[in-house]
Design a protein around this ligand. Sequence first.
Ligand code: ADP
Ligand code: MG
Length: 698
Amino acid sequence: MEMMEKSTGLPELFGSMVFGEKIMKERLSKATFKAWKTCVTSGSELPLAAANEIAEAMKQWAIGKGATHYTHWFQPMTGSTAEKHDSFIEPVGDGTVVMEFSGKELVKGEPDASSFPSGGLRATFEARGYTAWDPTSFAFVKDGTLYIPTVFCAYSGQALDKKTPLLKSMDAVSRESIRILRLFGDTETKRVTAQCGPEQEYFLIDKGLYQKREDLKLTGRTLFGNKPPRGQELEDHYFGQLKPRVAAFMKDLDAELWKVGVLSKTKHNEVAPSQHEMAPIYSDANQAADQNQLTMEMMKVVADRHGFHCLLHEKPFAGVNGSGKHDNWSLGTDTGKNLFNPGSTPDQNAQFLLFLAAFIKGVDDYQEALRVTVASAGNDHRLGAQEAPPAIISIFLGDELDRVVQSIIGGQEFHGEGRKTLKIGIDMLPPIPQDNTDRNRTSPMAFTGNKFEFRMLGSSQSISGPNIALNTMMAEELSQFADRLEAAADFNAELEKLLKEVFTEHQRIVFNGNGYDASWIEEAEKRGLANLTTTADALPSYISEKNIALYTKHGIYTEEELVARYNIHVETYNAQIAIEAHTMDDIIRRQILPAVSAYAAELCRRMGDLTAAKVPVVYETKTCEKLAILTDALLDATEKLEEHLIAVPAQAEEAMRYYHEVIIADMAAARSAADQLESITDEKYWPFPVYSDLLFSE
Ligand code: ADP
Ligand code: MG
């Protein structure tokens, strides 16, 4: 029998719902296509005539894909995405309609955006903001709607979203990188692009079980629950075989992502039971940010279709690994070169070392700026725990690259040929292999061959903030280097001096040891590295003088924008802890205490029956006593929590400290009593599914 090889149809499927470059080339006039291309490569404005033609072509194409509506899709400072759908229909006066969509509607929309957080930037009387198409990210069709990626600004011109500053930071790092490239004789490169590939972790749990947990529904994480008798000890889940229902979900997810142009590439099981990961092929940081948002949304939707609920929270389960996001970041030229590739000639090596030096200096100079971009109530459960990078920022270079750096500093030979130090621009670097050691995996910022992997991101957060920080700190350091090197009489001599200086002065930020080791915290303190353990500790650095100077110098944020964002972060933190605390209180009062009381009553009744029958009641008595003690403790803790919740200070920053210092401790006490009760209560009485149900439901 002959088997016909069935086509996967993947090349046809991929990007089939995207109004991408190829479609634009086919459907636009040469002049308009060129206008768009110029706008993308040089950042110039799109002329209205071109916008009109693009709008018409986009509309025709989208209608062909079944779209009836369009939306300006944007990323407000909530960290998620927002959309408002308008239909294409336009009445023509005789009772019929036509499908209309003009250039003006493409480049500018006006959502009534009064409910998006503005951090005080926008007075309510001028509550509207406007959105403008970001021509560097492609429009796509999803669920009958044309999605137009847009920036979102207040009428005063201040950015109210995460895309605007990201685009500005990409321009800044491109500008400063090119100054450096010119010094190395590169006359061709016109644009340097920050590129990134975010690896996304998530949990899948059964939808029916999820529905029974008020904490998961309201806060995204479990506020109660004992570690199951079996957790991740066997590590048999990591890269293990996919269960059929999970495999079906992943297949469906890939297909959906491919349609809208997301280069979903790898998928595998993670360390914890029910935990998984998806990684796309990297793209420019702007598209990567859009697509990661899209990926997270799609995960939720597709999970639902498969009877799952997708948890993106950083720590859904206590005692079980949490979820993060790895932001793989590098810089690439429009001529196809990766600037973090060590290279194959001494000259390329020298250039690589300069970009490396800028990165090392940048991370050291702006530790706090980087740390604060990953601060959130959810991520506080991960960073510094023994499963995720510590809250201290450091860089892992790997043994080979570290040896090179040390040789420049002046100590050791860089390879075994008897030479003392590396002659920049003359000697070849030894090969720098990709480091995949366990040590590497404990680092918050690891060099992995030709890119850096920033591992502190929370699984649910937007990757924009961290990339804005990376791009901007790089722009700053490169501009300092360029100032100095452009003025140098002898470029090579100055370069060698600069590298030696930078590597020497910023040695403290390089750490190649085990980041999970307790001794590292002490060592880091000796080195004077920042250790901002929680969000409440980290957030103030958002508006430190140094942070404001960095971002305003490069035109990424105004001071007002930074203050506004800081306010939003503080308010978000407060709101999240408040919701968790109230949810906890509600579950204890309405579910746990009544259940435990009912069980105690049942035990008492049994004790009566058994005693009458002259049967010993040791188990019943002991359990009843324990239940009584723990119930008292739980009630006490709950009353204390309730009292404290009434006394939350009105001022936002004071409230943040108070939530951090008082409320979180109250919640821990209540949880401890509740979890002990769970361990002795008849499962028939326990009001919701426990960890082993949730994590081993397959
Ligand atoms: P792992 O981290 O599991 O070893 P890889 O190194 O293959 O996996 O890649 C992880 C992610 O890094 C992927 O999203 C990949 O596309 C991305 N990536 C690879 N090279 C680069 C680069 N030069 N710049 C940015 N991201 C990159
Ligand atoms: Mg990785």
